[in-house]
Design a protein around this ligand. Structure first.
Ligand SMILES: [Zn+2]
Length: 209
């Protein structure tokens, strides 16, 4: 399967995220110092001395998805489905992402379903797929579509459905200040879009009406 990772394609204007020049680790630590000063604190006081180093390391962790290739992760599919053609559903895959507007956490769960044609995936692969796209600067709508479309391209199933239920800390901790407000997004492809019975079955299984 020769599938190109379109998310790494810098010529694609909607997904060109590859920085032209990666700043040095020192530059990144200096930027954190600046933000501490911008917050109104002293980056040289005891409790904050190690913070730029910790934040820079945390960034590599939070944004490791940029170094991951979703197509490589999904490459190994299982072709022998023994005729299984019912819905495959994985519910409640936890994720933590960061919103691209405030770099604030987005915490939630993803539900993924597909209707296989001749191939299925190992179930852990769906969690890896969520990881690839959530460990980037995101908006929830784009995260939903990227997961669904990548799965659709790789498996070529009869349909894909992705629902994300998440809380945005930029909404709950600043501005409108509404704790506990959840945002639900969904993207349906193929049978899940065209067949109301299939969509209803999926929504019932994840407990949404
Ligand atoms: Zn935000």
């Amino acid at each position: 399967m020769a599938i190109k990772d379109k998310t790494q394609d810098a010529t694609n204007p909607t997904d060109s995220h590859i920085p032209l020049a990666m700043p040095s680790r020192e530059d990144a630590m200096k930027a954190v110092r600046t933000l501490i000063q911008w917050a109104g604190d002293d980056p040289d006081r005891d409790g904050l001395q190690g913070t730029p180093d910790r934040v820079v390391r945390a960034y590599r962790e939070h944004f490791r998805g940029y170094d991951m290739d979703p197509y490589e992760i999904l490459m190994r599919t299982f072709e022998d489905t023994e005729g299984y053609d019912e819905m495959v559903l994985v519910r409640d895959i936890p994720f933590a992402s960061h919103c691209e507007h405030h770099i604030a956490p987005i915490i939630g769960k993803v539900h993924i379903a597909y209707l296989p044609t001749d191939r299925v995936l190992g179930l852990s692969k769906l969690a890896r797929l969520v990881e690839v796209f959530s460990k980037r600067l995101q908006i929830q709508e784009k995260l939903t579509v990227q997961i669904a479309n990548t799965l659709d391209e790789v498996l070529e199933p009869k349909g894909v459905a992705v629902v994300i239920d998440a809380v945005h800390e930029c909404m709950t901790t600043r501005g409108v200040d509404k704790p506990g407000v959840g945002t639900i997004t969904s993207h349906m492809v193929g049978a899940f879009r065209d067949n109301p019975a299939t969509r209803r079955e999926f929504l019932a299984m994840i407990g949404q009406r």
